[in-house]
Design a protein around this ligand. Structure first.
Ligand SMILES: [Zn+2]
Length: 144
């Protein structure tokens, strides 16, 4: 999965030499921090909002850098729950990254609330697919 190599994402800290990009500041509105993978996925206020909403719907993983980037969770859980939560993390990370790129390219603002809505929609789509293909995954853990 592409997320395994999330470290190689072209976050602007890496590509600041580009003539296109004159800043390494986080592109999120009202955020003054420098942008790094860790910031984008975990520390940014927008990401914090999204992970907070995830907790509210039953997502029980403590989000550390390792959890967000590699699926290494501090929490004890069964292998099945671990796999499930990792796929949820991937979905969230995917939306955080895609919306961040859309913002940079189109110069528009995509709020944490909008990201969370996209995550919910995507998770519901995956749940439907799972039930259609009779895949047993612990969807009961989340309240979508
Ligand atoms: Zn930020």
């Amino acid at each position: 999965m592409w997320l395994v190599s999330v470290r190689r994402l072209a976050v602007r800290a890496v590509v600041k030499w580009s003539c296109f990009v004159k800043t390494v500041k986080c592109p999120i509105l009202n955020c003054e921090e420098d942008e790094s993978v860790e910031h984008l996925l975990v520390d940014c206020q927008r990401s914090q909002y999204v992970w907070g909403k995830m907790t509210q719907i039953g997502f029980k993983v403590n989000i550390t850098y390792k959890a967000a980037m590699y699926g290494v969770f501090e929490d004890r859980m069964s292998a099945m729950d671990q796999d499930f939560y990792w796929s949820v993390v991937c979905t969230v990370v995917n939306k955080l990254w895609n919306t961040r790129c859309a913002m940079v390219i189109k110069q528009e603002s995509i709020s944490g609330e909008m990201v969370f809505k996209q995550v919910q929609t995507e998770l519901k789509r995956q749940r439907t697919l799972d039930s259609r293909e009779k895949r047993m995954r612990p969807w009961h853990l989340l309240t979508l």
